[in-house]
Structure formats: structure tokens, C-alpha cells
Design a binder for this molecule. Sequence first.
Ligand SMILES: Cc1cc2nc3c(=O)[nH]c(=O)nc-3n(C[C@H](O)[C@H](O)[C@H](O)COP(=O)(O)O)c2cc1C
Length: 189
Amino acid sequence: MLGQYRFHPSRSKALSLTIYRSGIDDEGMANRHLLIVWHSRTNSCKALAEAAFEGAGNHARLMRADEVEPRHLMNAAGYLFTCPENLASMSGEMKEMFDRCYYPVLSKIGGRPYATMIAAGSDGEWAQKQIDRIATGWRLKRVAEKWIVDTGAQTEAEILAPKALSAETLDKARDMGAALGQGIAEGIF
Ligand SMILES: Cc1cc2nc3c(=O)[nH]c(=O)nc-3n(C[C@H](O)[C@H](O)[C@H](O)COP(=O)(O)O)c2cc1C
């Protein structure tokens, strides 16, 4: 289980070798890559996903939830899901991705690592629980602690406003991406 998501640049040589050996898929991605799937309405999760992608460098693919097809899940070696809680649920677009892909990859991705980053105005547990239940169905393995980013959006104006996350939050997302990308590329999960 990752706690602090620290990246160790000294391992980058071994990492490149690992990726070189593991091969490249038909879309030019290393076989052992992290797939970061995001949906965002007012920018929080978009910013989290982009920061994680930056941290993971070339060990990750960044995709909007509506672009993800079963083959993208199959081709990745691990997953980072990030979306807001909307109406006590994960956002609809993220749910649609799971609905579309659930059965085509069932029994084919078991044992792979995953983590989540949920943005919420006050709660977030509902979205978190839903994703965890689906991940349990897929037999994925959580490798980073649950993380709900509280954006404090409570009023209509706050909820509809574009969000700007703190540098500390974005650093944490960057570290999360780095640690997941590295762990996946090295096959340590
Ligand atoms: C339609 C709608 C429903 C929401 N419902 C919830 C909710 O049930 N629980 C919660 O904590 N936040 C809720 N929020 C607040 C969002 O989760 C919060 O603003 C979050 O930062 C949005 O992430 P995003 O900027 O990536 O879209 C809701 C926002 C919208 C637009």
C-alpha cells in the first residue's frame, strides 16, 4: 500500500529497461502502463488527473472516461480512476465507462492494481464506495489509500464555479501518479 507516493529518480534507469523489455502495444504504449481515467465537470478531477499523469511521465496514458473502451483497460497494467461525487454517486460519465466496459473485461484484469482520487463538496464516500465495489467485482487490488479531495463546494454558486486546487493537493496527485506509474512499470504490485 502506497502511503506517501514518493518517487525515486535513481530507479529511472531500471524503469526504462523494464519498459523496453515489456514491449509496446498497438497504440504505442508500453505494455506495463498506468491508465488514468478521469471525468470532471468543474476542473477538480481534470487537474488531479493531469497532475498524476505528469508525475507518471511516459509510464501512463491519460483518458477521459467517455473515450475509454475495454481494450484500453485490457492493455493497461493498472488504473487510477478520478471523478467527482455527483448526487451521492460517482459522476454519470464515469459510471457509463464502467457500465460499458464491465463485462467485456470481467475475468481478464483480475489482480491488477488500482487507486482512486474523488473530488467532493462535502462527502465523497458514496462515489468512493461505488468504485471500490466495481473494482472488487473486477478483482482489482487497491494499492493506494482512499483519497477524497474536499473542494468545499456547498452552495449553487460554489458548485458551479471552476475549481482551482491547492499546490499541495496537486503535488500529492503528482506523487500518486509517479508512485503508481513506477510501481506498475517495475511490476512491484
Ligand atoms: C450535480 C452535482 C451534484 C453534486 N453532488 C455532490 C454530492 O452528492 N456530494 C458531494 O460531496 N459533492 C457533490 N457535488 C460537488 C462536487 O462533487 C464538487 O464540486 C467537485 O469538486 C466537482 O468535481 P469536478 O470539479 O471535477 O467536477 C455535486 C456537484 C454537482 C454539479
